[in-house]
Design a protein around this ligand. Structure first.
Ligand code: ADP
Length: 545
C-alpha cells in the first residue's frame, strides 16, 4: 500500500505487476477516480480489461477490496490469476468449510489479503456482516453490476442487497460498479440501487471492429450441416458454438465428431452446466490449450475464460437479448484479429424464447407489480434481439446504437460498416412490404385486437376455414386483401411488426395480436416498411475475412 497513491503509482504497477506497457481505454480514468475516493461506473465490453481497474486500486489503497461477483464457479480461477500477479487474494464461498472460511476472515482482518471475492448472497449472512464491520474495507468492486437492474438481462435479486450492505458499513468504502452490458436505463438503475455517489462514468467503445457479423435464417434440420460445412472449411481455427440446451450441445458435438474427426481425435467437445466440475475443467482446458478446437456449449461457458484466439462464435439458436448475444459473440477475436460471429435462427427460436419469458428463476423478492416490470423489460430485450435477426441495416450499427439506446429503426445505414457485416456486404435481399404491413394493421383493427396471428393471416388470405366463416370474417374490409401473398410471407411481416413495436403479441397459451406503441405510423401516407427476405447462402461458408 502506498499512502495517497497517484496514477503514476498505478502506472508503475501496471508495468511491474501486470507487465503491460500502457492502460487501455477507460482504465486510467477509472483508476484515478477510485484512488481519489470517487465512485465509478465502468461499462466496458468483455475483454476490455475491467479487472485491472479494481485490482490496481486494491493494491494501492489501504485495507481490503471486496469483489462481489455472481460467478462462484470462476472465483477460484480469478483468485489464482490474482495471486499469480502477486496480489494476495482469496474467496469466501460455499465450497469451503467453516474453518476454511474462518481462516480467510482472519487473514483479511490481519491485512494479509487485499482482494476478497464473494457472491452477493454472502453479504447478507450475519457472519460476513460481523466480519465486515471489523474489517478495514477500502473498496467494494461490483462485477456484472447490471445484474442489479430489472431492465437488464441476468437480473438477480441478491444484487439488491449490495447497496444496503455498503450503506451498513461503519466507514463507507469507495465503490466500483463494473459491467459489460448496460443500456442507459440499466446504468441509471446501477447508480440508484447500488447507491453510487456522484460516480465517474466511463463507457468505452462497444464496436468491436475486428468482428464480422453474419445472420442466417436456417431451418433447424439444416443447422448442423451448415456448421459442419463451416468447420470443414475452417479446420485450422478455434471457435465456440452456442446452443440453447444441454442436450443440443451433446448431440451437436457428436454429430460434428462423426462427420469431421479423424483418427479418433475429437474436433468438438460439449460443455454445459449439468456436467460435473472436473469434466467441465477438462473440456475447458483442452479448448484453451488448442487441443480441442471447437467447443459446443450452453451459455454456461465463457464467463471469465481468457482465450484470445477464438476465431469464430456460431450461435445455433437466437439468444434472449442483444446483451447476451454480444457478450457471447464478443468472445471471438479478443486478440484483435479478424473473427466471425454468425447467428443462426428461425421462427421456432422466437416461439421458444417468447414461451420462456414467463419462467424467470429469480423472482422470490418481487411483488406482482415488479414482476410485470421484469416481464415487460424481458419482452423489450427479446424484441430487440429479433430485430437484429431481421434488420437490413448495418449489424455493427445496430449493436452500438442499442448500447447507446439511440433509435435503431430510424438509424438507416449511411456510414461505412466497421469490421464488416453481412448486410453491408449486400448479401441480403430486402423487399418493400409496406402494403402487407398496412393490411395486417387494418385487419388487427377490423377484428378488434381480439384474435391470434393464425386467424389474422387466414382472414387476409380469404380462407374459407370453418372458424373464419363462423366469425363472419367475409364481411370485413380486409378479408382476402392479401389473397395473392404466400401465408409464410404475411406471417413473417406480422412477426417483424411485433418485434419492431407496430404490433404486440400477448404471451400465454393463446397469444392475441394487438397494436403496439408504433401502430399509428402504419396509417401515415409516407409509411415505408422493409423486410429482409432472402439471404444469399454461399455454397461454402466464407473464411473469416
Ligand atoms: P474483462 O473483465 O473486461 O472482460 P479482463 O479484465 O479479463 O477483461 O481483461 C481481459 C484481458 O486483457 C486480460 O488478459 C487482461 O490481462 C488483459 N489486459 C487488461 N488490461 C490490459 C492492458 N492495459 N494492456 C494489455 N492487456 C490488458
Amino acid at each position: 500500500m502506498i499512502p495517497d497513491a497517484t496514477i503514476d503509482d498505478a502506472q508503475r504497477m501496471l508495468h511491474t505487476t501486470f507487465g503491460y506497457p500502457s492502460f487501455r481505454p477507460g482504465q486510467q480514468g477509472i483508476i484515478t477516480a477510485l484512488l481519489q475516493g470517487q465512485d465509478v461506473l465502468g461499462v466496458m465490453p468483455t475483454g476490455a480489461g475491467k479487472s485491472v481497474c479494481y485490482q490496481i486500486p486494491a493494491m494501492l489503497l489501504h485495507g481490503v477490496t471486496i469483489v462481489v461477483s455472481p460467478l462462484i464457479s470462476l472465483m477460484r480461477d480469478q483468485v489464482d490469476a490474482a495471486n499469480d500477479n502477486g496480489i494476495p487474494a482469496a474467496f469466501i464461498n460455499t465450497s469451503q468449510t467453516p474453518d476454511e472460511q474462518a481462516l480467510v476472515f482472519q487473514q483479511a482482518l490481519a491485512g494479509q489479503i487485499k482482494l476478497l471475492y464473494v457472491a452477493p448472497e454472502r453479504l447478507e449472512t450475519s457472519r460476513f456482516q460481523a466480519f465486515a464491520t471489523r474489517c478495514d474495507i477500502a473498496l467494494v468492486a461490483v462485477d456484472e453490476a447490471h445484474c442489479v437492474s430489472q431492465w437488464g438481462q441476468d437480473f438477480r435479486s441478491s444484487y439488491l442487497g449490495i447497496g444496503e450492505f455498503i450503506a451498513s458499513l461503519p466507514s463507507r468504502p469507495v465503490v466500483a460498479a463494473m459491467t459489460a452490458t448496460a443500456t442507459q436505463r440499466v446504468r441509471a438503475d446501477i447508480v440508484r440501487l447500488l447507491g453510487l455517489h456522484d460516480p465517474h462514468v466511463t463507457v468505452t467503445g462497444f464496436d468491436r471492429t475486428n468482428l464480422y457479423f453474419d445472420v442466417l435464417r436456417l431451418a433447424n434440420k439444416d443447422k448442423a450441416a451448415w456448421i459442419i460445412d463451416y468447420l470443414r472449411t475452417h479446420a485450422d481455427q478455434s471457435g465456440i458454438v452456442y446452443c440453447a440446451t444441454r442436450k443440443e450441445t451433446q448431440q451437436l458435438a457428436d454429430t460434428i465428431n462423426a462427420a469431421l474427426s479423424t483418427s479418433g481425435k475429437p474436433v468438438a467437445a460439449a460443455y454445459h452446466g449439468g456436467m460435473d466440475g472436473q469434466a467441465r475443467d477438462e473440456v475447458q482446458r483442452a479448448f484453451v490449450n488448442d487441443a480441442t478446437p471447437v467447443i459446443v456449449a450452453t451459455n454456461a461457458f465463457g464467463m471469465g475464460i481468457d482465450k484470445s484466439n477464438v476465431r469464430f462464435v456460431i450461435h445455433h439458436n437466437m439468444p434472449e437479448s442483444i446483451e447476451a448475444y454480444y457478450q457471447e459473440a464478443g468472445r471471438a477475436g479478443r486478440d484483435g484479429e479478424p473473427s466471425r460471429c454468425t447467428l443462426l435462427w428461425n421462427d421456432g427460436d422466437v416461439v421458444t424464447r417468447r414461451r420462456l419469458l414467463d419462467t424467470g428463476p429469480d423472482n422470490e423478492r418481487l411483488s406482482a407489480e415488479e414482476m410485470d416490470v421484469v416481464h415487460t423489460a424481458k419482452r423489450h430485450l427479446l424484441d430487440t434481439m429479433i430485430g437484429y435477426c431481421r434488420t437490413v441495416t448495418c449489424l455493427h450499427r445496430y449493436i452500438t446504437a442499442y448500447f447507446g439506446e439511440n433509435s435503431i429503426i430510424a438509424d438507416e445505414g449511411t456510414q461505412a460498416c466497421q469490421g464488416g457485416c453481412v448486410n453491408c456486404d449486400g448479401d441480403v435481399h430486402s423487399s418493400d412490404v409496406s402494403a402487407i404491413a398496412r393490411a395486417i394493421s387494418r385487419c388487427v383493427h377490423d377484428v378488434g385486437q381480439r384474435v391470434g396471428s393464425g386467424k389474422i393471416v387466414r382472414i387476409l388470405r380469404g380462407s374459407q376455414a370453418q372458424d373464419i366463416v363462423q366469425m363472419g370474417a367475409q364481411s370485413l374490409p380486409t378479408f382476402a386483401m392479401l389473397a395473392d401473398k404466400p401465408e409464410a410471407m404475411i406471417r413473417d411481416v406480422l412477426n417483424q411488426m411485433a418485434s419492431d413495436g407496430y404490433l404486440t403479441i400477448t404471451d400465454g397459451r393463446l397469444p392475441i395480436v394487438m397494436f403496439g406503441p408504433k401502430a399509428a405510423q402504419t396509417v401515415a401516407p409516407d409509411f415505408h416498411y422493409v423486410m429482409k427476405t432472402t439471404r444469399v447462402v454461399r455454397k461454402a461458408a466464407p473464411s473469416a475475412n
